[in-house]
Design a protein around this ligand. Structure first.
Ligand code: NAD
Length: 485
């Protein structure tokens, strides 16, 4: 499929259709700052159409044997892999991320999502509970109906497929809304779903803004399950919209993740891992470690070597094969990053690396949204720069003196998504991991993913868990059937 200059369409009942209102938004390429396609500016009427299609499709799809649903999902995974290069390029243009990152991480992981849930549904077990002398109970898990799936811009296909795959694998039908900033790969996925033989109406994609389409999905009385990934402020609105209907809701929200380096760590590994966790996708991954804490005896050495390594990251045109740092997703996000870098200095921080927009990497990217990898040192732990989610290539590095102190610092934010701990002391690793209030704690690694583990955040980072068994349970309704003896 050609993606440049294309007018993206909604996908409803197996057909590509224009938004009812006929309105479109420009889809801007972050690397150039120029529109390169158009995305439907849909509204509640389009959501109504999608709901009607999803409702019709549910009757058949929910009754299909798991093996048949599985075969179709496996085909979708194969077709994503067949078109990997096209997907990777589209994702790079849409998001500004380096082509190599889309090719090696995002798109393969999207295919894995479909493959994982396609096979997971072939191996589920149901529980039986025997009430002594009185009854047998067993649990029947049934699809819930129509799922509303709302996703952000930073990992568009990967995160949307992480929701679509389990939702439809267990027999639901779905209305998906990708971010209006990065709609292209979801559009391409619809073609593939069609080619793979997914029945009409099982997956519907309605493009548009959060207030117009996202809010219409969360407010629709026939959509009883909402899986949302995005910012904490939006997550609160989603929770409020769902509460009056008692919808089942999963919220994957923001983070301000601590990355803790003890002096006994393998510093080479810790530095390489920390540079990656600080700046991958220009720091625009919810799991990026944006607050680095280093034990004081290793602090000076760590900071020098970290800065040396980060300064070697090649910032460039995202489509250039050698680029390691691409563009920031849009102007508003770039302005937000600049705001926090200024604020960090006002709060007493010192810019140890970066701190400003670079020279454009080439003529094509003259108007693009770029920012240098930036390191701020000397900030108090409690300042805003160290508390608010910036979501850009900006990290703070702070020394600490002991384990209790760093655990307090790590936990002293409203978020609790993920953390990394670097140490060679096994006892300490377990001790610290147990005390950090984040949904994931990586020890001597970052972003290692096993699709079976529960994934999600504590505190303001979310509600509920995705992944493996958790997702299969989220998208089904457990019914207890009690048979008297
Ligand atoms: P966002 O909250 O602005 O938007 C997310 C999605 O919600 C978009 O599709 C948007 O159109 C939609 N939306 C906006 N207003 C809505 C409303 N009132 N009702 C329903 N939907 C609405 O987030 P973003 O800027 O796209 O993404 C960045 C954020 O996502 C960061 O905070 C990041 O940490 C978070 N994130 C979290 C995870 C996770 O797994 N926890 C993963 C990726 C990103």
């Amino acid at each position: 499929m050609r993606t440049e200059s294309v007018q993206i369409q909604n996908f409803i009942d197996g057909q590509f259709v224009q938004p009812i209102g006929g309105k479109y938004l420009d889809n801007i390429e972050p690397a150039t700052g120029k529109p390169y396609s158009q995305v439907p500016d849909s509204d509640d009427r389009d959501v109504d159409l999608a709901v009607a299609a999803a409702e019709r499709a549910f009757a058949d799809w929910s009754k299909k044997p798991a093996a048949e649903r599985s075969t179709i999902l496996l085909r979708i995974a194969d077709l994503i892999e067949r078109d990997l290069e096209k997907f990777a390029r589209a994702e790079s243009i849409d998001t500004g991320k380096p082509l190599s990152l889309a090719r090696f991480l995002d798109i393969p992981r999207a295919a894995s999502n479909f493959r994982f849930f396609a096979t997971a549904i072939l191996h589920t077990e149901s529980e039986a509970h025997i009430t002594d002398g009185v009854a047998f109970n067993y649990t029947l898990r049934q699809p819930r109906g129509i799922a509303g799936l709302i996703s952000p811009w930073n990992l568009p296909l990967y995160l949307l497929s992480w929701k679509i795959a389990p939702a439809i694998a267990v027999g639901n039908t779905a209305i998906a809304k990708p971010s209006e900033l990065t709609p292209m790969t979801a559009f391409m996925l619809c073609e593939i779903a069609h080619e793979a033989g997914l029945p009409n109406g099982v997956l519907n994609v309605v493009h548009g803004t959060g207030p117009n389409v996202g809010a219409a999905i969360t407010a629709h009385p026939k959509i009883n399950t909402i899986s949302f990934t995005g910012g904490t402020v939006t997550g609160r609105k989603v929770a409020e919209a769902c509460a009056p209907f008692f919808k089942k809701v999963s919220l994957e929200l923001g983070g301000k993740n601590p990355n803790i380096i003890f002096a006994d760590a393998d510093l080479d590994a810790a530095i390489a891992g920390s540079v990656r966790s600080s700046f991958a996708n220009q720091g625009q991954i919810c799991l990026c470690g944006s607050r680095v804490f280093v034990e004081r005896s290793a602090y000076k050495d760590f900071v020098e070597r970290f800065i040396d390594k980060a300064s070697q990251l090649k910032l460039g045109d995202p489509l250039d094969e050698k680029t390691e740092q691409g563009a920031i997703v849009n102007k508003a996000q770039l302005e937000k990053i600049k705001f926090y870098v200024d604020l960090g200095q006002k709060e007493g921080g010192k810019i140890a690396l970066g701190g400003s927009a670079p020279e454009p990497p080439n003529e094509r990217c003259r108007e693009g949204y770029f920012f240098q990898p930036t390191v701020i040192t000397g900030l108090p732990v409690s300042c805003r720069t160290n508390r608010d989610e910036i979501f850009g290539p900006v990290v703070t590095i702070t020394p600490f003196d002991n384990e209790d102190e760093v655990i307090n610092c790590a936990n002293d934010v409203e978020y609790g998504l993920s953390s990394s701990v670097w140490t060679q002391n096994l006892n300490r690793a377990h001790r610290v991991a147990e005390k950090i209030n984040t949904g994931t704690v990586w020890v001597n690694c970052w972003l290692v993913r096993d699709l079976r583990v529960p994934f999600g955040g504590m505190k303001a980072s979310g509600l509920g868990r995705e992944g493996g068994e958790e997702a299969l349970r989220f998208f089904t309704e457990p019914k207890n059937i009690c048979i008297a003896k």
